[in-house]
Design a protein around this ligand. Structure first.
Ligand SMILES: NC(=O)c1ccc[n+]([C@@H]2O[C@H](COP(=O)([O-])OP(=O)(O)OC[C@H]3O[C@@H](n4cnc5c(N)ncnc54)[C@H](OP(=O)(O)O)[C@@H]3O)[C@@H](O)[C@H]2O)c1
Length: 253
């Protein structure tokens, strides 16, 4: 199947490591020009070199999503540099944690406002695309209780509702909005790698609760994101796709 991605232009936040990195590598393999950001300049440069070696145009810089003004300015600049935006993937998260107000503030600024600001800045570009597509990276923590009461879980859930409403509102502008929730994904040096060392019982219990007896990979998530973002998914709008290998137990009618 041709995903219809060749020649499209995508902005992906937090794309130097983990799931974001696999998303941009997968999109570049499909011929998509890419703009990326993260907080670490050397890692941005290293990622851009890998993407350019795949034959696509790749631009990016060190930007902290938490710095609202710099972040919005970067997204607008990325749209100019790429000559448009067809695909937007707000991928950065403030991460999980239970420091109460500190975490609520961080997840609000990074997960929620990092998505809201990206959408508001990118919509003028996405409107011109004619095949605009936004995929919010959420989490299965949003749809089933997991670990502990956390700002991460509750604020990720807000993105599913936001996405659904955007899909209704911007349909006439030919922009699709979808949310995608990965289950536990093992990334070397990532959160689950740290949990494996610091909380081995919790790590092993999570794997034992999985029907496949393993965590997912960033590549498995990236392939689903690429499809959902692509023109091949033209009739999918306002949905929430769970990519967890069957980890969650709820039945959704
Ligand atoms: N891994 C999982 O099991 C899992 C499961 C469900 C959902 N998710 C979601 O998937 C997304 C990616 O997670 P991941 O595990 O791939 O994360 P990751 O491995 O920690 O990578 C995060 C990326 O974002 C960048 N980043 C972090 N904070 C940033 C900030 N404030 N401003 C700009 N860039 C920032 C990081 O680079 P720098 O640190 O250099 O900035 C890196 O490129 C997140 O939304 C997460 O909630 C992950």
């Amino acid at each position: 199947m041709d995903l219809g991605l060749k020649g499209k232009k995508a902005v992906v936040t937090g794309a130097t490591k983990g799931i974001g990195r696999k998303i941009v590598e997968t999109l570049a393999d499909e011929g998509v020009d890419i703009a990326i950001c993260s907080r670490t300049a050397e890692e941005v440069e290293e990622t851009l070199a890998v993407l350019r070696a795949k034959g696509v145009n790749a631009v990016g810089e060190a930007v902290n999503v938490r710095d609202g003004e710099a972040y919005k300015a970067w997204i607008a600049k990325a749209g100019e540099q790429l000559g448009g935006i067809d695909i937007l993937i707000p991928n950065v998260s403030g991460g999980a944690g239970m420091d109460s107000e500190k975490n609520w503030q961080r997840n609000f600024e990074v997960d929620v406002m990092g998505s809201v600001r990206a959408v508001e800045t990118a919509v003028p570009f996405l409107k011109k695309s004619g095949e605009g597509s936004v995929v919010f990276i959420v989490s299965t923590n949003a749809i089933e209780t997991f670990a502990a009461p956390m700002a991460y879980n509750a604020l990720k859930a807000s993105l599913i509702t936001y996405s659904k409403q955007l899909g209704q509102f911007h349909g006439k502008r030919r922009i699709r909005f979808n949310a995608l929730s990965p289950g536990p994904i093992f990334v070397e040096g990532g959160a689950w790698d740290m949990i494996k060392t610091s909380q081995p019982d919790f790590y092993n219990a999570t794997i034992a609760a999985h029907p496949f007896g393993r965590m997912g990979s960033a590549e498995e998530v990236a392939k689903a994101v690429a499809f959902l973002a692509s023109p091949a998914a033209s009739w999918i709008n306002g949905t929430h796709l769970i990519v967890d290998g069957g980890y969650t137990k709820g039945v959704h009618f």
